[in-house]
Design a protein around this ligand. Structure first.
Ligand code: HAM
Length: 436
């Protein structure tokens, strides 16, 4: 049987791969305006990075990890021993934990350092049930702003995210920005207790998992996909009523800075996000129409405890990630133009075998000065080379014939106007460069 890509993965064929590169380029350019620098971390990490960073009571770590064992662990398992935690590796389900681990490991934010701003892009892996906009291998672009606890950092990150979506061509009115504050160590423990008590008072109406979560991670019940649970949790105590004065002031300033920047948002007290590292501000951008259940095109928040969790100095931070596959769906839903593959500017057609070497050499000369050039490598007839040239979208065709070659000239044909002119071989590069 012919082999296929694993369930929940997709091949990024040239058009999609080009869209991925283009969106990444827009991200780097947009985030560059705000001072972001690139970082790459491993695609797999010790499982412990995700358990400690994201939390084992989350769906992402508790249910959706792709685990793998080092050879050392395999040998241990084969000899009846248990592999150590350090031998257990996992494909990254997101990159914030890996970036925080790298920041702690390399002490990237020494005291007195300016805010460190990092951008990354790559594949993430979650063993979810695949559906439209939900894959097991998907692509994220993320940004992390490290070192500031100030609300202005939160507002800047959110503004940058919205500007990025707009510059991709997703209209403002096609998106909904949800925001919330999740409090901190001063106010969240008491709030968790309130939610736990609420869950325990509604055990007959909530699903078994929500009831189980009452003791492990009650706030996760806000994320339950069961419609009945969602309805019950709407009336649960709201975190915004339970924030301590400093969290409340932080949240108020974030909102007022967003107001000043004319960013429209919806306050969503139930927004807890599916990762346990968040403190204070959290946010999510949803597409209003066309994406069904998987309508979040990006999300993020603050994580002031995460870097210390990896042994680094306590360093506040926040960031977001956006999902490439969902952005493409959002662009389609908005009727935006896709990312057409670039086409050659020039096609060189060899009239017969005697002129192929010259055609080959001219193609190289044009490419060397930055002109995208294509030519035939299948010994096709002149007629089919013309067809290829037409299909390729080339603006010009250079026809290299034996008689012309003997005279030291070629024919340059403008594919739009069909106008042809004879150009000395030695002037071709100059002529094409100045005409294109
Ligand atoms: P997240 O909300 O889990 O956050 O993922 C961010 C985005 O990745 C989602 O909004 C969605 O567009 C996309 N995404 C997530 N899962 C899938 C999937 N299975 N298939 C397709 N797309 C998906 C994070 O990952 C955090 N690390 C964001 C962050 C950065 N928070 C702070 N800094």
């Amino acid at each position: 049987m012919a082999l296929r890509a694993p369930t929940g993965t997709t091949d990024l064929l040239p058009e999609q791969a080009h869209a991925w590169n283009s969106i990444r380029t827009v991200a780097l350019a947009t985030f560059g305006l705000y001072g972001y620098q690139p970082i790459e971390t491993p695609v797999f990490e010790q499982l412990e990075v995700f358990v400690r960073g994201i939390g084992d009571a989350t769906d992402v770590v508790g249910k959706e990890m792709f685990l793998t064992f080092s050879q050392h662990a395999v040998e241990k398992i084969a000899s009846g021993e248990k592999p150590s935690l350090a031998d257990t590796l996992a494909l990254r389900p997101e990159q914030t934990a890996g970036v925080a681990r790298a920041i702690a490991q390399h002490n990237l934010v020494p005291p007195e350092a300016a805010t460190l701003k990092l951008v990354y892009a790559g594949s993430m892996f979650r063993h979810e049930r695949p559906q439209k906009g939900r894959l097991r291998e998907f692509h994220q672009i993320g940004a992390e702003c490290i070192g500031s606890a100030e609300p202005s950092a939160d507002a800047e990150v959110i503004i940058m995210l919205m500007r990025f979506f707009e510059s991709l061509g997703i209209p403002q009115d096609a998106m909904r920005l949800l925001i919330n504050s999740m409090g901190d160590d001063d106010c969240r423990p008491a709030y968790r207790e309130q939610v736990r008590a609420y869950i325990l008072a509604h055990t007959t109406e909530l699903c078994d998992e929500c009831v189980r979560r009452a003791d492990t991670n009650p706030l996760r019940s806000f994320d339950c996909k069961n419609p009945k649970c969602q309805e019950i949790m709407t009336d649960a105590p709201a975190i915004t009523d339970a924030l301590c004065p400093s969290c409340a002031a932080h949240y108020t300033t974030v909102k007022s800075l967003l107001d000043d920047a004319a960013i429209t948002y919806v306050e969503q007290p139930c927004l807890v996000r599916g990762l346990d590292y968040y403190t204070r501000t959290v946010f999510e951008v949803q597409v209003v129409d066309g994406l069904g259940a998987q309508n979040a095109i990006g999300g993020g928040g603050r994580y002031d405890k995460l870097i210390a969790e990896f042994g680094g100095k306590p360093t506040p931070g926040l960031g977001f990630a956006v999902g490439f596959e969902r952005i493409v769906l959002a662009l389609q839903a908005a009727g935006a133009e896709g990312y057409a593959l670039p086409h050659p500017q020039v096609y060189i057609a060899a009239v017969d075998a005697s002129t192929r070497a010259m055609a080959f050499s001219l193609a190289n000369r044009l490419r060397d000065v930055g002109i995208a050039t294509e030519l035939d490598h299948q010994s096709r007839s002149l007629k089919s080379q013309f067809k290829q040239a037409g299909r390729s979208g080339a603006l010009f065709v250079v026809i290299v014939g034996p008689d012309e070659m003997a005279r030291g000239v070629v024919t340059l044909r403008n594919m739009q106007s069909s106008e042809e002119q004879t150009v000395p071989l030695d002037d071709l590069v100059e002529k094409v460069s100045t005409t294109i």
